[in-house]
Design a protein around this ligand. Structure first.
Ligand code: SF4
Length: 446
């Protein structure tokens, strides 16, 4: 089994663009754009086709003006899960692609970059912002891009778990570990209680560290990743705190004796949110692809039955690296992760003679062929959003709507954000940083 305890820092993907490649993203209605971006959205809508070269030629004048204006101060970032066009285009303009761990470190690793523009989901931009220096400003191209796993683990949903577990067992006996896919508020609650952040690339290392503290671990927010880490590390006793609004209402003190005993015996309490993109996969899909001589590689947000049935498991960067370097020597891979990432990987691996399919395309039920699922919210960042934001910043416009600060709570329908006072923002930064820096120290240690 291939484990996830290394942090992979693959070289730049160097995604190449050819004139026959098209984008894999539908256009959004014009009224979905913030007012300032409507002229850009209209110009984009009027393009004759959706070939990458057409889009690139449209973007070029805007991008070059912004790049010349900001010079070396500008940093463009995107995540592997973004719809194909942005991840391919962003590298053409000197930007960088990473998984959530790699993105979080970008501001801190590049102190010279004062304007950071991220095309991914909000919690990723917030993590970059929390590790940024005061001289650096972080923007998200579309604030409506939230992560559904994070949305079902908001601070007010998670808080009762902290309160009740602390009350029953003593706060000195509860160690929270939160996945990168959480808000700054949840990261700060974790940091304030001595806990650490983890990512899919370092989760084994972080939970091993947590177990050495001999405390009950509160793992937030992904139930499946929690079950997978328990499986990898041999943790038998688990208890479950419901996710979403159920989590906000749940109380340990209303539970029957049997449930309370489960909590008393549990080495790890799992907060039960999940990613709908990764829960479409089934063990039978791995079994099918093995009969076709494909190696199966899946992300740790998949259900445990899929992890057990697959050949390799790891973070997004790990999967990319694994396939592009044909680590299984099969030249054929069935991938269980976000569909845009699979499409991008498929296109790039093809140029090396490597075949890639989505694990979900297994021919198990001929009547109803399954399809992989894209992260619809992340893909709300598209070329008009990127162009519109960069052009507006170049023109010196106030882009408050897109600026990301610690503790912001964004309404994913309107994109409007509730912002904390400067003092409260500072509390979030201080304590979330503790959790993030603990993660970095543990990850980078031997
Ligand atoms: S793929 Fe799932 S976990 Fe990742 S950002 Fe999208 S909704 Fe969140």
């Amino acid at each position: 089994m291939f484990t996830t305890d290394k942090t992979y820092t693959p070289e730049k993907t160097q995604m190449s663009i050819s004139s026959d490649m098209s984008i894999c993203q539908s256009d959004y209605p014009i009224d979905w754009y913030q007012e300032a971006f409507i002229p850009y959205a209209e110009a984009y809508a009027a393009l004759p086709d959706r070939k990458l070269t057409t889009i690139l030629n449209w973007m070029k004048p805007y991008m070059e003006k912004a790049i010349n204006h900001f010079g070396p101060n500008l940093l463009l970032l995107s995540h592997y899960y973004m719809g194909g066009e942005i991840v391919k285009l962003i590298e053409q303009f000197g930007g960088q692609i990473g998984d959530s761990y790699q993105l979080a470190l970008m501001a801190a690793k590049h102190p010279e970059k004062s304007v950071i523009v991220e095309s991914a989901v909000h919690f990723m931009a917030e993590s970059i912002s929390m590790l940024a220096d005061k001289s650096q400003t972080v923007y998200i191209t579309n604030p409506k891009s939230g992560c559904t796993m994070e949305m079902f683990a908001k601070d007010f949903m998670v808080e009762p778990a902290f309160m009740d577990l602390n009350e029953r067992y003593g706060s000195e006996n509860i160690l929270p570990i939160c996945y990168m896919n959480t808000s700054g508020r949840v990261k700060a609650m974790t940091g304030a209680q001595g806990g650490a952040v983890c990512t899919s690339s370092n989760v084994q290392k972080i939970v091993r560290w947590a177990r050495q503290q001999k405390k009950k671990i509160l793992f937030i927010p992904d139930r499946h990743m929690g079950e997978n880490i328990a499986y990898w590390l041999g943790i038998d006793n688990l208890a479950y705190w419901p996710g979403g609004s159920e989590g906000a209402k749940y109380s340990l003190f209303n539970q029957d004796d049997k449930t309370l005993k489960q909590f008393d015996d549990a080495e790890m309490v799992l907060f039960s949110s999940e990613c709908t993109v990764h829960t479409v996969y089934k063990a039978s899909m791995c079994d099918y692809w093995k009969t076709q001589n494909f190696a199966t590689v899946v992300h740790p947000e998949c259900p445990n039955e899929v992890i057990k049935a697959s050949d390799a498991q790891g973070s997004t960067a790990y999967i990319w690296d694994y396939v592009m370097h044909d680590k299984a020597h099969t030249q054929r891979y069935a991938i269980g992760t976000e569909h845009h990432m699979v499409l991008n990987l498929k296109e790039q691996a093809k140029q090396k003679g490597i075949e890639v399919v989505n694990l979900a395309e297994a021919k198990i039920n001929q009547d109803k062929p399954a399809l992989g699922c894209g992260c619809a919210t992340m893909s709300r960042n598209d070329p008009p959003h990127l162009v519109g934001l960069l052009d507006s910043l170049r023109l010196g416009k106030n882009m408050d709507y897109n600026e990301v600060k610690a503790g912001d709570v964004v309404n994913e329908f309107s994109g409007m954000r509730q912002r904390l006072s400067k003092k409260d923002q500072q509390w979030i930064v201080t304590h979330a940083k503790l959790a993030l820096e603990r993660m970095i120290d543990i990850t980078e240690s031997k």
